[in-house]
Design a protein around this ligand. Structure first.
Ligand code: ZN
Length: 64
């Protein structure tokens, strides 16, 4: 994958049955909470939150 540009790192699609784990509490994340704000339909910033320990897992900014 050229866009990553890390030598020796290969990206592979995760198996369908693979469930991600929270890096903080290690719980399996069958559900991820989101908290979003922004002007509806134009911009939506979104926090991804673990529903078990409420750690912030990530942040996305969607612009359309
Ligand atoms: Zn957690």
């Amino acid at each position: 994958m050229a866009f990553l540009g890390f030598e020796g790192v290969e990206l592979e699609e995760a198996p369908q049955e693979a469930v991600p784990k929270c890096p903080a509490c290690k719980a399996e994340l069958h559900v991820i909470w989101t908290k979003s704000w922004g002007v509806a339909l134009f911009a939506k910033d979104r926090l991804l939150i673990c529903p078990h320990c409420r750690s912030i897992l990530g942040f996305t900014a969607i612009r359309s």
